[in-house]
Design a protein around this ligand. Sequence first.
Ligand code: FVH
Length: 298
Amino acid sequence: MTDLVGSSRDVTVLGLGAMGSALAAALLAANREVTVWNRSAGRAAGLVARGASEATTVADAVAAGGPVVVCLYDYASVVETLSPVAGALRDRTVINLTTTTPDGARALAQWAQEHEIVYLDGAIMATPAMLGGAAAQSFYSGSRRAFEENRALLDVWAASTYDGTDAGMASVFDLAMLAGMYTMFAGFLQGAAMVHAAGRSAAELAERAAPFLAGTTEMLATTADVVDDAAFAEPAQSADWTIVGLDTIARASRESGVEPVPIDMVRALVQHQIDAGHGSEGFERLVETMRTSTGAAA
Ligand code: FVH
């Protein structure tokens, strides 16, 4: 392995989009020596002013040494960028922070193994502005050695968790968490349209919703226990009870001229559970409906 480890200050960052630039900036702030590369010219100037070296080709960036941090658009852009330099990456460490599916991460790990590249897949659960802050966390899976040897570097960005040698596992948790985030924000946007229709601002809604929603996250752990134990029989909130509330929200939304698409999606799942004869069981049983690709589970 040619990477300098532990005390190394040399890092290469491929991709200077919003996140790649922020990752590189955080490393510079932590006194790392950083080489950067981006497909399009003109994105490195600010980083170079802060001490980064800019490489004009991927090959030059890789040749600069150290672990190669990849933060590109998607799976295809990673393959396109790394494939031509596979030989140069032999015995080197690639830390891929580009969002891919779990199977995409596994395919990249397989490709890396075939080329004798040490591969660590990562998922940064933060926006660029959150990097280095208390709420930033990141997940890694793949090479344990790469995780342990580069731990100090990874911790510059966020609190790091290692999820094992299955390279897809970090992505599993990443995308599972984003599923919750996107549906929450879609619900918030429906609510914003409703308060707008009533002549009030989304800002007012946000001010009230933030502490409320934060409080409801305290129920995630008990919800998870119900799901893990499949303990749906004695619910805190049954499907029969839930659908009445959802109908009220949907009716109010339509009365204000707002199509309640997010709530209708939840309602359809709850109705499915009721139709399957599980109306008296817990709302958490929706997880059973979602387990099948057809959505046809009882
Ligand atoms: N931004 C965020 O909040 C998040 C938070 C959590 C994780 N993500 C993931 O990080 C990856 C990069 O996201 P990003 O925000 O930096 O994305 P962009 O600003 O759009 O920059 C994309 C970079 O990818 C380069 N690129 C695109 N296609 C190719 C290609 N075929 N070959 C080489 N490079 C490519 C692009 O280069 P250019 O357009 O400037 O030439 C940018 O450097 C992403 O997976 C998020 O899901 C971010």
